[in-house]
Design a protein. Sequence first.
Length: 425
Amino acid sequence: MDWLLERQARIEDRLAARHLRDGEMVLYDVSSSYFEGRTCPLAKLGYSRDGKGGLPQIIYGLLCDTDGRPVAVEVFTGELHDDKTLPAQIIKCKDRFGLSRIVLVADRGMVTKANIELLAEASGVDWITALKAPTIKKLARSGAFEPSLFDEQNLGEITDVAEFPGERLIVCRNPLVGAQRARKREELLAATETDLAQIAHRVDHGTLLGADQIGLAVRPALKRYRVKKHFQITITDTTFTYTRDTTGIAAEAALDGFYILRTSLTETDLQAGDLVRAYKNLEQAERAFGSLKGPELQIRPIHHRLAERVRAHVLICMLAYYLTWHLKAAWKPLLFTDEHRPVNPDPVAKAVRSTSAQQKAQTKQTSAGQPAHSYRTLLAELATQTRNTTRLHGHTRTFEKLTQPTALQTQAHKLAAHPPVVVDR
């Protein structure tokens, strides 16, 4: 591990030279993993994406090319905010990788005001990101955009010279996401009302009295489903009443399904639809984290104590995912993966699958008539091929022999040895 870590910069430089070009869109996102133990200087209490809030965390930022291939990874201490990891990536792309121009695609929590200023000062750096929900609400209140205008369309551009000078704002509305959020909100409101009704019943029957005691019972009920802002409550020593804040709920519902992208790219550089597709492509980095944390690579939990060993562990996992990415690409004909994913003419709408991919899902078979596999089941099939060491009776010498591969194993080996040609952009 020490030997590998010493060569991390050279490895990443080679990967960047192979997969990144000037003007390339670079995907960047961060994740965290929990740490078993308390002696590592990198492990700090912080926000846990694994639901392990009581354990120390480490943060790692992953740089990928447009197709989601990992190029570089960096480990940070667990208490660091996501946006604080971004400046190091700009320096890495410009100075180490020698890119004179890049387009950074990052999550909405990454590009803060300070980072925007940093990006603006760096020559040859553009960005695509999204606004946070409070900023979208502020724009709606100021009249910068009217949600009702998007009842018949789902994409439009607005400008706000005062707040976002020199930037383009792309307003998107996804009705399916909006309906899902409305349904979820109603479920949470109803669940909260069920808890509040039980408390009101106790107060009405005299088993819960006193404003302080009633308040102690109400507080966790309001916080449980995180919809406290949508209720108006009145508490006295002998009464408790609650009602929904219909005005606040309606104001929030009006923005269901909306998200707004912000970018420094001009319309000549990239049209609005392509900007949306570029931002949605950030899911490739999120998919990488899912694989890193999955049963195949198991980046977590982390047991190493030395900071350098933790960095080496994360680097090994990134390189393993690099191999996984290429294997999945090579094995597409054997997997449920869409081999020829069509470009959706509506960039905001849900992604569509090709006819062949839909047929795979329905028939559970590939186009060649073989059973279609997931990546895990295909690995399990390949694991059945064994190398046997044989010694004949009466002899001391041994020889090795591979079991005869099945038709599926033969095809998988062939595809891995001669993957489809991917043209560098």
